[in-house]
Design a protein around this ligand. Structure first.
Ligand code: ASP
Length: 342
C-alpha cells in the first residue's frame, strides 16, 4: 500500500516538475573506491519491469567489479575507470557505445573524456562514429598526443594510427534506438515536439566512473551518445573537461550526466572541485550546492557521481532516478536506480 502512495506522489510531482532531489553520500572506507553512473533521468519504478531492473543492476555491478578488481590488483585509478566504462559502453542498456542515442539524421555520434587527478592530464573525443570504445579513444588522445580534445573524422584517423579497434558506424545502432528515433520523428511531424510521451526519451543513459587507487590518485571518465535527436554536430558536456568530467587529487573526481547545455554553461564538474578548494567545504556540500541548489533551480536536469581522496563518495542528482553504484573496501557492489531505494 505504501508503495502505491509513493507512486502516486511521484506521478503528481512529475506533472508539476517538483521532483525532490537526491544526495546519497557514503563516508570513506578503506584505501580504494569506485563509483559509477549509467545516466540520470525520469526513471521511476513503474517504468522498469523486474527483469529490466535486474539487467540494469547486473550490468552496473559487473562494471563495478571490473573497476574494483583493477584497483585491488594495484592498477591505477584511470585503468579502473576505463575497465568499468568499457563494460557499460558494450551494453545496449546505456546511452554510450552500443545502444547510443541517435542524432536527428539517425546516426550515433559519440563523445567521451577522461582525466587523471594526479597530474591533470586529460583527453577527449567528440562526435566520433567509428572508434569501438570511445573511452579508449579519449585515453589515446590523453597519452599519445599533445592535445586534449579531438573531434569527428580527425579523432577517428588518430585512433586508427594508435591501433585502436575501429568499427562500422552501424555497430552502435540498435533496433531499439531505431524504433525510438522513428517514433520521435513521427511525433515531431505531428508537431508533438516537446511533449514527454515515453520515459525512455527523457532517460539520459550516459555512463561514467570515478576511482581512487592505492596511491591516492583519483581519475574520472565519461562516455555518451549525447542527447537524442541532437542536431548539426551538437557536442554535449561529457567530452568537455570541467563540464562533464574533472579530476584533481586535492579536491575530487567528478563525472556528470544530464542536460549537457546546462552542465556546460555552469562548468559543473569543475565548479564542485573549485567550491571544495576555495570555500573549503566537503565534497558532499559542494555537490549539493551545484546539483541541487544551483542546477535544480534553473531546471538543469541531471546528476553527478564523485569521490575525494579519503574515499568519500557522492551520488547527487535532481532527477527522479539515476542508474548508479559504488564499491569500496570491505564492501559488496551496491547498485541503485531510483531516488528512493528500499
Ligand atoms: N550529458 C549528456 C549530453 O548532454 C547526456 C547525458 O548525460 O545523458 O550530451
Amino acid at each position: 500500500m505504501k508503495k502505491y502512495y509513493l507512486i502516486i506522489i511521484l506521478f503528481v510531482a512529475s506533472c508539476f516538475s517538483i521532483f525532490p532531489a537526491f544526495a546519497q553520500n557514503i563516508p570513506g572506507k578503506g584505501d580504494i573506491a569506485i563509483v559509477i553512473h549509467g545516466g540520470a533521468g525520469y526513471i521511476q519504478r513503474p517504468n522498469l519491469s523486474p527483469e529490466q531492473e535486474k539487467d540494469y543492476r547486473a550490468k552496473l555491478e559487473e562494471a563495478l567489479k571490473a573497476g574494483y578488481e583493477k584497483l585491488d590488483q594495484g592498477a591505477s585509478a584511470e585503468e579502473a575507470v576505463v575497465a568499468a566504462i568499457q563494460i557499460l559502453e558494450a551494453s545496449p542498456l546505456f546511452n554510450s557505445g552500443v545502444g547510443a542515442v541517435l542524432t536527428e539524421e539517425g546516426k550515433a555520434e559519440l563523445d567521451a573524456s577522461i582525466m587523471n587527478g594526479a597530474d591533470g592530464s586529460a583527453g577527449a573525443v567528440a562526435g566520433v562514429s567509428r572508434i569501438k570504445s570511445p573511452i579508449l579513444g579519449a585515453m589515446a588522445v590523453k597519452d599519445q598526443s599533445p592535445h586534449v580534445m579531438m573531434a569527428r573524422e580527425g579523432a577517428e584517423k588518430f585512433a586508427e594510427t594508435q591501433g585502436l579497434e575501429m568499427v562500422d558506424p552501424d555497430y552502435f545502432v540498435t533496433d531499439k534506438r531505431i524504433a525510438q528515433w522513428e517514433r520521435m520523428k513521427k511525433e515531431q511531424l505531428e508537431k508533438a515536439e516537446g511533449s514527454i510521451k515515453n520515459w525512455e526519451d527523457t532517460k539520459m543513459g550516459t555512463v561514467g566512473a570515478v576511482a581512487l587507487d592505492r596511491n591516492g590518485n583519483i581519475a574520472a571518465g565519461t562516455s555518451t551518445g549525447g542527447m537524442m535527436m541532437k542536431k548539426f554536430g551538437r557536442i554535449g558536456d561529457s567530452p568537455i573537461i570541467g563540464a562533464g568530467t574533472f579530476a584533481e587529487n586535492e579536491s575530487c573526481g567528478i563525472s556528470a550526466t544530464g542536460h549537457g547545455e546546462f552542465f556546460m554553461r555552469n562548468v559543473v564538474a569543475y565548479d564542485i572541485a573549485a567550491k571544495m578548494k576555495y570555500q573549503n567545504i566537503s565534497l558532499f556540500q559542494a555537490a549539493n550546492e551545484v546539483v541541487i541548489q544551483k542546477l535544480k533551480k534553473i531546471e538543469g536536469a541531471g546528476g553527478i557521481i564523485g569521490l575525494d581522496q579519503e574515499g568519500n563518495i557522492t551520488m547527487t542528482f535532481n532527477t527522479p532516478g539515476m542508474f548508479r553504484g559504488y564499491m569500496n573496501k570491505k564492501g559488496k557492489p551496491v547498485s541503485m536506480i531510483y531516488g528512493l531505494e528500499d
